[in-house]
Design a protein around this ligand. Structure first.
Ligand code: 5AD
Length: 443
C-alpha cells in the first residue's frame, strides 16, 4: 500500500452510536492522511463497523464482509470493527479468512498503526476495553451539515439479561460537559442547528459534577442550536430535574424514544430492566404531563425466555394503553455470554414469530390512527434531504415525524412552517402552512 493517497471505505451497521463512531474513525484516519471513498473497489482499506445486538445483524454482516472481500487489493486491508469485532475478537480472523484486522469500539485510536501492521501481513487485533476513551481530541468527519450526532456517554452499567452491549462497549462513562459544549459550539459555528445526544442510557449521564439536566440546558443554550434530541434514555433515569429541563428548555424536541421491551412485569424482572409495567406507565404519564404533545416511541422484544401468551397479551395491552407513535419490534435473539442464556423455557421460534407479527400489527394500527388524526395540523419541520423516491424533500417535525414536501434542494437545512395534508400511516405529506390549496399529486 503506497503511503500517498491511501483511501478508506467504511460501511456502518447498527445504531446511531456506530454512525458517530464511524465519523470518529474517519477523523482519525483523515489525520493520518487517508482520503475517504464511497466505492469499495477504490479503497486500500475497507472497514465494516459492525453491530452485535442480534444474531440476524451479525449474519447480515458475515454476508456483506464476504462480498467486500472481492474488492480487497493486494496489500490492502479488510477490517471488522465495532461491536461484533469486540464480541468475537481474534476468532473472527479464522472465521472470515480474508479479514486481517479486528478492532473493538475502544481501540480506534490505534487504527492507523494496526492498519499498517495488517498491511504488512500481521494479525491486527485490539479488543481491549479502555474506560477512559472518549476520542476527545479526534475531529469527527461529519457529512451531515445540518444535524449532528454527539456521543456524550459510552458503555453501559445496566445489566439487562438479554443484552450484549455491556460485553461489547464496556462500562458506562460520560464525557465532561465542557468538552461536549465545546464540540457543539464548533458544530453550531459550522451551521449545525440540530443535535442528537447519544448514550446507551443517555439520561444517566453524569460527569461527576453535572447531570443530564445540566447537559440539556447547557447544550441548548449554545448559539445557533435550535433543536436538541437525545437517544436512548432509560425509564429509571428520568429524574425530576431531567423532566423539568425537557419541559422548560424550548430547544428540546417533543419526542422521546423510551424502550419498554415488555409490558409484563414478570418478564421485565427476568430481563432485569429494573422497572415494572406500572412504573413504566407512570414514567410515560409524567413525561406527557410535563411535555404536551410528546411523541413516544419504543423498542419491544417478543419471545423472551419464559414469555407466556398471557405475558405477551400484557405487552399488547401496554402498547394500546400508551398508544406509541411507533415501535421497533424484535424477536428475542440468544446472545452468548448474556445472563438470559441460562433461563430455561425457551419460546419456540414459530410462537415468537407469530407474536412478532401480532405486535407489529397492533403497533401499526395505533400509529396509523394517531397519524391520521394529525392530518390538518401545522408543524415546524427541518428539511433534511431529497426523499428517496421522486422529486420531494424529506423533513422532520419536532416530534420526529417524517414529512415529504415540495421544494428545491436549497431548502435543505432550513426550517419551514407546514401543514400536514396526508399520511401513508407512517409518513406524511405537507404544504407550506400559509398555502390553502390542497396538493393533490403527493400522498
Ligand atoms: N434480542 C432481541 N432484541 C434485542 N435488543 C437488544 N438485545 C436483544 C436481543 N438479545 C433490542 C432491544 C433494544 C434494541 C436496541 O435492541 O429492544 O432496546
Amino acid at each position: 500500500m503506497s503511503d500517498t493517497m491511501k483511501r478508506v471505505y467504511v460501511e456502518t451497521y447498527g445504531c446511531q452510536m456506530n454512525v458517530a463512531d464511524t465519523e470518529l474513525i474517519l477523523g482519525l484516519l483523515g489525520r493520518d492522511g487517508y482520503l475517504v471513498t464511497d466505492t469499495p473497489a477504490d479503497a486500500d482499506v475497507i472497514l465494516v463497523n459492525t453491530c452485535a445486538i442480534r444474531d440476524n445483524a451479525e449474519q447480515r454482516i458475515y454476508g456483506r464482509v464476504g462480498e467486500l472481500k472481492r474488492h480487497k487489493r493486494a496489500g490492502g486491508v479488510l477490517g471488522v470493527v465495532g461491536c461484533m469485532a469486540q464480541r468475537l475478537g481474534a476468532g473472527l480472523l479464522d472465521r472470515i479468512p480474508h479479514v486481517d484486522l479486528v478492532v473493538g469500539p475502544d481501540g480506534y485510536r490505534g487504527l492507523p498503526e494496526l492498519i499498517r501492521r495488517a498491511a504488512g501481513g500481521e494479525r491486527a487485533v485490539d479488543v481491549e476495553f479502555r474506560s477512559w476513551e472518549h476520542y476527545e481530541d479526534v475531529p469527527a468527519v461529519r457529512t451531515n451539515r445540518v444535524s449532528a450526532f454527539v456521543t456524550v456517554q459510552r458503555g453501559c452499567n445496566y445489566r439487562c439479561t438479554f443484552c450484549v452491549v455491556p460485553m461489547t462497549r464496556g462500562a458506562e462513562r460520560s464525557r465532561n460537559l465542557t468538552d461536549v459544549v465545546r464540540e457543539v459550539e464548533g458544530l453550531a459555528r459550522g451551521g449545525v442547528t440540530e443535535v442528537t445526544l447519544l448514550g446507551q442510557t443517555v439520561n444517566s449521564y453524569h460527569d461527576g459534577t453535572h447531570d443530564f439536566a445540566d447537559l440539556l440546558r447547557r447544550v441548548a443554550s449554545v448559539d445557533g442550536i435550535r433543536r436538541l434530541r437525545f437517544t436512548s434514555p432509560h425509564p429509571n433515569d428520568f429524574s425530576h430535574r431531567v423532566v423539568d429541563a425537557m419541559a422548560e428548555v424550548r430547544e428540546v424536541c417533543e419526542h422521546v424514544h423510551l424502550p419498554v421491551q415488555s409490558g409484563a412485569t414478570r418478564v421485565l424482572k427476568r430481563m432485569l430492566r429494573r422497572y415494572s409495567r406500572e412504573s413504566y406507565l407512570a414514567c410515560v404519564d409524567r413525561l406527557r404531563t410535563a411535555i404536551p404533545d410528546l411523541a413516544v416511541t419504543t423498542d419491544i422484544i417478543v419471545g423472551f425466555p419464559g414469555e407466556t401468551e398471557e405475558d405477551f397479551l400484557e405487552t399488547e395491552s401496554l402498547v394500546r394503553e400508551v398508544r406509541f407513535d411507533d415501535a421497533f419490534t424484535f424477536k428475542y435473539s440468544v446472545r452468548d455470554g448474556t445472563p438470559a442464556v441460562k433461563i430455561k423455557s425457551h419460546v419456540p421460534d414459530d410462537v415468537a414469530g407469530e407474536r412478532l407479527e401480532r405486535i407489529i400489527d397492533t403497533v401499526r394500527r395505533i400509529a396509523r390512527s394517531k397519524n391520521a388524526g394529525l392530518v390538518g395540523t401545522t408543524h415546524e419541520v427541518l428539511v433534511a434531504k431529497r426523499a428517496r423516491r421522486g422529486e420531494l424533500l424529506q423533513s422532520r417535525t419536532r416530534t420526529n415525524k417524517v414529512v415529504l414536501i415540495e421544494g428545491t434542494l436549497d431548502l435543505v437545512g432550513s426550517y419551514q412552517h407546514i401543514r400536514l395534508t396526508g399520511t401513508t400511516g407512517s409518513t406524511f405529506t405537507g404544504v407550506p402552512a400559509a398555502v390553502r390549496r390542497e396538493l393533490a399529486v403527493i400522498g
